[in-house]
Design a binder for this molecule. Structure first.
Ligand SMILES: Nc1ncnc2c1ncn2[C@@H]1O[C@H](COP(=O)(O)OP(=O)(O)OP(=O)(O)O)[C@@H](O)[C@H]1O
Ligand SMILES: [Mg+2]
Length: 244
């Protein structure tokens, strides 16, 4: 579904990604992990059309998307849920969801999709008239995911979905992602919460120095002590928890 080859991108003269290669198959959950500031968000933003790559290729469903403007990426079915949720706090839940349906294709099926999202997250229906800023952190994250779904993605890129959430909210958000995955959607999750992401993922890529340095199944990476120590900063205790 997504194929990235030798992708270079950054900000002005400062290159952050020095040749990233990765693949995502239809229906997979793929995690991208790595230390703070290695360029995970930059990678997602480049795929979503918010940053123009300086070299390399990214193809989505067989079409080159590197350098396409963001709205074209969304139209083709590649949608990003940004870090920090970015809801409109003074608009109600329903309006925030509707804003996600901004392509012609999605607008035409807005009510139908809203119904599907309300089935997935019943609390959003109950609170549709409530201001988004008054939801709890976990609820806001699910609202932001719902807004992404309103754009009718084939591939959803999620940046730091669990950041700043209480453990119970993290659990709920990941349960929701499991349900979404069950609908056949393909997910790419970027997380500082490495253990959580690796547990949820079929496969994972570790980024360091602007490149993919290791890849494997989530469990392989959790179990690889060298990888854990060198790139992931997770200790043995967490490893044991992760493999439970
Ligand atoms: N808008 C920007 N302009 C210039 N440099 C930026 C910009 N955004 C990020 N950077 C730099 O690019 C590098 C990669 O940042 P990026 O946000 O992609 O990393 P990350 O892996 O997502 O980090 P984090 O774990 O903190 O989310 C960092 O050195 C950062 O300072
Ligand atoms: Mg980031």
């Amino acid at each position: 579904m997504l194929s990235v080859r030798n992708l270079h991108a950054g900000y002005g003269d400062s290159e952050v990604l020095h040749g990233v290669d990765l693949d995502v198959e239809k229906g997979e959950v793929v995690a991208i992990v790595g230390a703070n500031g290695v360029g995970k968000t930059t990678l997602l933003r480049t795929l979503a059309g918010l940053i123009k790559p300086s070299a390399g290729n990214a193809t989505f469903k067989g079409q080159e998307i590197g350098g396409l403007p963001a709205h074209r990426a969304v139209e083709s079915g590649l949608v990003m849920v940004p870090e920090g949720r970015r809801l409109f706090p003074r608009m109600n839940v329903r309006r925030n969801l509707e804003i996600g349906a901004y392509t012609t294709r999605a607008r035409a099926r807005m009510n139908e999709n809203l119904g599907t999202i309300y089935e997935l997250f019943p609390f959003l229906r109950e609170r549709e008239a409530q201001l988004a800023g008054t939801l709890s952190g976990g609820q806001q994250q699910m609202c932001a995911i719902g807004r992404g779904l309103m754009a009718m993605p084939d591939l959803l890129l999620l940046d730091e979905v669990s950041l700043g959430l209480a453990p119970i909210a993290v659990k709920r958000v990941y349960e929701a992602l499991g349900q979404i995955r069950g609908t056949g959607l393909t997910l790419v999750i970027v997380e500082q919460n490495v253990t959580q992401a690796l547990r949820a993922a079929d496969r994972a890529y570790v980024i360091a120095g602007g490149r993919v340095v290791v890849s494997g199944t989530g469990q392989e990476l959790i179990n690889n002590e060298d990888v854990r120590r060198a790139y992931l900063g997770i200790g043995l205790h967490e490893k044991e928890e992760a493999s439970l």
